[in-house]
Design a binder for this molecule. Structure first.
Ligand SMILES: [Ca+2]
Length: 202
């Protein structure tokens, strides 16, 4: 009995460091679209169709045609080497196979917590395009290295015709507890996560 009690205490005293992750989601149910855009992308709220979940999604179209427009959908800050960040979102693409438009999940480093336009190099991502049978899930996991502290998650559109359009919904981010996860409504997230640190950086 004594040894059982000791064993129970031993189990309870192990910190759950391996599980110290936070999960946050964003579904474009309010008015905020993106944290920023690179290239010829136009972001707006879709309130009719297609919507994956809830009443709204993010509509992302390309105009004029050129380059690979990127919608900045989440910014994860306060990262350290060895941290892992996982992101996923649903993409609506109804042109099957390799026919454009197609979506992709990608990322780049931004280590300046006060400026969402800073680019500190590619973080790569999932090489797969959305398959084009309607809604599909794209996901990727990054491991932080080389002293980077901020990761910007991109929703990309690959397009062949002006006004090609894809839609995003139900974004999920899983990051270490110590990180700050920012969504397009980031002022609210900042207040919730680390208002003091944010006030210091703006
Ligand atoms: Ca939604």
């Amino acid at each position: 009995m004594k040894s059982l009690l000791f064993f129970s205490i031993l189990l309870l005293s192990f910190p759950l460091t391996a599980l110290a992750f936070q999960t946050e989601t964003y579904g474009w149910e309010a008015t905020d679209t993106v944290l920023g855009i690179y290239g010829n992308g136009i972001a707006s709220i879709e309130d009719t169709s297609p919507v994956y979940n809830g009443a709204q999604s993010l509509k992302f179209e390309e105009s004029p045609l050129g380059g690979t427009p990127q919608a900045y959908v989440s910014w994860i800050q306060n990262l350290n080497d060895g941290d892992t960040v996982a992101a996923s979102f649903w993409v609506y693409d109804d042109t099957p196979g390799s026919t454009y438009p197609s979506g992709r999940i990608w990322g780049h480093w931004n280590d300046d917590p006060s400026d969402p336009t800073v680019y500190d190099g590619t973080a790569s991502g999932n090489e797969d395009f959305s398959p084009g049978a309607g809604w599909s899930l794209l996901e990727w996991e990054w491991t932080v290295a080389d002293g980077h502290t901020g990761l910007m998650v991109e929703g990309r559109i690959y397009s062949s015709t002006e006004y090609d359009t894809i839609w995003f919904d139900d974004l999920t981010i899983i990051a270490p507890d110590g990180a700050t996860i920012l969504f397009p409504d980031y002022v609210v997230s900042l207040e919730r996560n680390s208002w003091g640190a944010i006030k210091a950086s703006f």
